[in-house]
Design a protein around this ligand. Structure first.
Ligand code: NAP
Ligand code: GCO
Length: 259
């Protein structure tokens, strides 16, 4: 369907050497887009480039820390020169620190907020002028269950992802007049390196999440590909400020009733 066709588009996915970002970039490539991604060091960028190549995807990789404003602007300028103006941005790069609030240092809290919330603001601001010049664009922020819910030990992450939900809504309001649609994807619990500690054999969290998910399974990065192509394509041209939760039903569920 033409509506889901990304041919001729340049898509940038931050932190996409592997994990969810890699899956989304791969889906965009299969839909016809040219892929650009960044990571924080050359080794990871090279690993990502090799993985994309192995999958038959021509990608452009750049070393850039999303919290470094000067580096971000320099990278976007380099991408414009070497690849072109970015049409689609996915703010995917993110970290989590699982530490009880009472034990968490302000430094740790700030680092999570910096990468997971300030980073998306910085990168979105850097790509917006090009999108305005081109007559429009798509920005997709990767939010979380923690944009809506809390749990022990993730206060910094939940604060960042809750803020990212509201940043999404606010940029959507400011940039809709330029035909830039800003939306979010809120993944449920997805099997990636970020959640590997929670999925170790016998870890109680594994059974807990299966019990809190009506679909009764962990999500995969591939579960997010269709929703991402939808939000990156002309099929979502009248969708603004929406967080699309892809969570197997977690947010709809009070929890398994006792037998
Ligand atoms: P992941 O496996 O930990 O990958 C995160 C990626 O972000 C890595 O490539 C990492 O690079 C990169 N990154 C970290 N800090 C960066 C920085 N300052 N600048 C540039 N890149 C940076 O995470 P994931 O599970 O794929 O998650 C991706 C996104 O989805 C994150 O925003 C996460 O919060 C969100 N999310 C994940 C889940 C889940 O269950 N997995 C659910 C909801 C939302 P390095 O490896 O080089 O550090
Ligand atoms: C955690 C998990 C979650 C997931 C995701 C859920 O420790 O609770 O890491 O935060 O990463 O954000 O949507």
């Amino acid at each position: 369907m033409k509506q889901f066709d990304l041919t001729g588009k340049i898509a940038m996915v931050t932190g996409a050497s592997y994990g969810i970002g890699y899956a989304l970039a791969s889906a965009f490539a299969k839909a016809g887009a040219k892929i650009v991604f960044n990571d924080i060091n050359q080794e990871m960028v090279d690993k990502g480039l090799a993985a994309y190549k192995a999958d038959g995807i021509e990608a452009y990789g750049y070393v850039c820390d999303v919290t470094d404003e000067d580096a971000v602007y320099a990278t976007i300028a380099k991408i414009k020169k070497e690849v072109g103006i970015i049409d689609i941005l996915v703010n995917n790069a993110g970290i989590i620190k699982r530490i009880p609030a009472i034990e968490m240092s302000a430094k740790d809290f700030r680092q999570v907020i910096d990468i997971d919330l300030n980073g998306p603001f910085i990168v979105s601001k850097a790509v917006a002028p090009g999108m305005i010049e081109k007559g429009g664009g798509k920005i997709i922020n990767i939010c979380s269950m923690m944009s809506e819910l809390g749990r022990e030990t993730v206060s910094a992450y939940a604060s960042a992802k809750g803020g990212l939900k509201m940043l999404t809504k606010n940029l959507a309001c400011e940039w809709a007049e330029f035909n830039i649609q800003v939306n979010g994807i809120g993944p449920g619990y997805i099997a990636t390196p970020q959640t590997a500690p929670l999925r170790e054999p016998g870890h109680p969290f594994n059974d807990f999440i299966i019990g809190r998910t009506p679909a009764a399974r962990w999500g995969t990065p591939e579960d997010l590909q269709g929703p991402a192509v939808f939000l990156a394509s002309s099929a979502s041209d009248f969708v603004n400020g929406h967080i699309l939760y892809v969570d197997g039903g977690i947010l709809a569920y009070i929890g398994k009733q006792p037998k």
